[in-house]
Design a protein around this ligand. Structure first.
Ligand SMILES: C[S@@+](CC[C@H](N)C(=O)[O-])C[C@H]1O[C@@H](n2cnc3c(N)ncnc32)[C@H](O)[C@@H]1O
Length: 202
């Protein structure tokens, strides 16, 4: 089972954000669950929250191991979900959550993610994105600028994403910016809300 120190550091502050946003018994789809430490922490601290982990196939065994060891009925088995796939879950969710994924996947994948999220959210549902961001191409923290350089040296398709651009792309799809919360270590949580009419599934 993999372990993320970053998750241990940020899970409490993210929980505070989620607890203020999500009514009891919400259903959440997480994209890129990684180690599933967030999923376990959030479902333990928010009774009634039903949290669907997902990730690329290669990460599923580790997530499954943690779910088996630490999860319960409200933390079902993880599902394979590459945002590029056509096979997004058939159900609808009160929220889609993703942490520290957008700077890992190529920018084009984020656009597909936004396209698909619109189809799996209930009317009024929220997209909640945690991670480092810059604004209109300008880094807001030296640590994020250094992180961006290190990501791009690993893979030119990776990089800290632009909150302004994400917000504009989300708005085109009917996901309206609700909040942009500054969190420790120069991370942020961007929160978008789905319009009230239901888009047709394709
Ligand atoms: C840095 S890890 C973050 C994991 C976890 N959310 C956390 O906060 O620790 C990035 C995650 O994004 C996932 N990921 C990358 N590309 C993806 C894609 N195209 N579709 C779905 N998940 C993807 C990776 O498999 C990995 O689990």
């Amino acid at each position: 089972m993999r372990h993320s120190e970053a998750c241990e550091r940020n899970k409490r502050v993210i929980l505070e954000v989620l607890a203020a946003l999500l009514p009891q018994c919400s259903t959440v789809l997480e994209i890129g669950s990684g180690t599933a430490q967030h999923a376990v922490h959030f479902t333990k601290q928010m009774p009634g929250l039903r949290w669907q982990c997902s990730d690329l196939a290669e990460n599923l065994p580790g997530i499954q191991a943690r779910v088996d060891l630490e999860g319960d009925d409200l933390l079902p088995n993880p599902i394979e979900l590459n945002v590029l796939t056509a096979n997004w879950p058939a159900g609808r969710f009160d929220a889609v959550f993703t942490a520290n994924t957008l700077h890992i996947m190529p920018w084009d994948h984020t656009l597909v993610l936004l396209d698909q999220v619109v189809k799996v959210l209930v009317p009024g549902g929220r997209l909640i994105i945690y991670g480092p961001f810059h604004d209109s191409g300008i880094h807001t923290a030296a640590s994020n600028a250094a992180f961006d350089r290190s990501l791009k040296s690993r893979d030119p398709d990776m990089g800290v994403r632009d909150a302004v651009e994400i917000t504009a792309q989300a708005a085109r799809r009917g996901l309206h910016a609700e909040a942009d919360l500054a969190l420790p270590a120069n991370n942020r949580t961007l929160i978008f809300r789905q319009a009230s009419s239901i888009p047709q599934k394709t």
